[in-house]
Write a protein that binds this ligand. Sequence first.
Ligand SMILES: [Zn+2]
Length: 226
Amino acid sequence: MSDAKQATEPEAIDFESELQLALERANDDESHVEHDAETMHPSQIAACKRQAYLGKLGLKDHTDILGTFQTGTLIHEFIEDHVGGHVDAEFEKAVELERDGVRFVGHTDCYDPAANAVYDVKSRNGWYRFDPPKDRHLDQMHVYMAATGAEYGQVVYVNKGDLEVRTWPEDGLFEFDPERFGAIVAKAQQVRDAVRDHGIASSEDEVPFDRCGCFLCDNETLQFGD
Ligand SMILES: [Zn+2]
């Protein structure tokens, strides 16, 4: 009964678990999942074929990296809200492009009609091993460029610690490379065909692409349907 302890310590809010639950509520697990064979998001098809397949079908478990996603989202939202009204450009512009039997859907961070350029914000933890650009980022941007008709692009790196910005190219814009985009379309077609031929994997054995040795393959956590 209550007489066992007169002065029980009050119970503290458990912020560790509350914050994790908040991240799970804030992140819609299905938001980038596409169950058809043809549709892919630019960030997915910029990864290797295995990760593109796993990503579009929702077979990756993101529970442990929701916090990383969220800090990235906060930075994007801050830029959209506080830079967006002060430069003549469209932020979070929806894009969609069909090409040779595959379909790309997503949002480009910033489209600048005067320069006919897209900008993509990549948040990172400091500048250790900063060695831009990553092919994966350029591939992703080439999809946005093809979809908007932008001839130019720039990667905008933002340090999560203090919002310091560095860009690639350092001073200016890079040009659209039709060959690079052609290779992305070819990769998307291979992923599409794998979904058509093998369906949606229900176990790791059924994933039609082996781990390729990339960072994402080396660090993947999978989740299969219930
Ligand atoms: Zn890989």
